[in-house]
Design a protein. Structure first.
Length: 189
């Protein structure tokens, strides 16, 4: 299988990966870390999808998508940390003042998991950030020590995934997900 990772500028493909089955449903749309809490609460139903459609139309896409042939099979949310809620997060520390980019969500479609797509997505997110001038990329995965992570909580990635991509632990965090501590991992570019 050859996976092609490219900017997430095609709304229909982003919707396939992070949108609901019903357009009026209130699901994340990968917005919970991207936008301020107040706006996240205000955007309900179809307004969430409309907001993501606007993100896809911007000069800098809201993330990257993985394709197997012509089929979209994965998504990674990536953006400057300053443009996310990680900029003010109490439990995820700032290592320094570098204008780093953050990768906070990696999703692979059912039926395609376990085939290396998450590795391709992370590599693609790093290259996307590099192409937009990022001096470093951060992620905030769980440090699960090889234990199984609940699939609904696995979207942040694992320490092992980030280590395989060359990231190193830059700081401990006060955040936990699915019972596991999260670590701040960084890759200088």
């Amino acid at each position: 299988m050859t996976v092609d990772v490219r900017p997430a500028s095609t709304f229909d493909d982003v919707a396939t990966m992070v949108g609901p089955k019903r357009p009026d449903a209130n699901v994340c749309w990968c917005l919970s870390y991207r936008i301020p809490s107040r706006l996240n609460r205000e955007l309900v139903g179809e307004a969430r999808g409309a907001y993501v459609r606007e993100l896809c139309a911007r000069d800098v896409a809201p993330g990257v998508l993985a394709y197997d042939g012509g089929e979209v099979v994965g998504w990674a949310g990536v953006a400057p940390r300053a443009d996310t809620t990680f900029a003010t997060a109490r439990l995820i520390p700032h290592v320094d003042d570098l204008p780093v980019w953050s990768v906070w969500c990696i999703r692979v479609r059912p039926g395609h998991r376990g085939t290396g797509i998450s590795h391709a997505l992370l590599a693609g997110a790093v290259e996307f950030a590099r192409a937009h001038g990022a001096p470093a990329v951060e992620g905030y995965p769980v440090d699960n020590g090889g234990e199984k992570v609940n699939l609904t909580m696995a979207y942040v990635g694992t320490r092992a995934l980030f280590e395989k991509a060359g990231f190193t632990v830059a700081a401990e965090t006060g955040s936990r997900l699915d019972g596991f501590p999260r670590v701040l991992m960084r890759l200088p570019l």
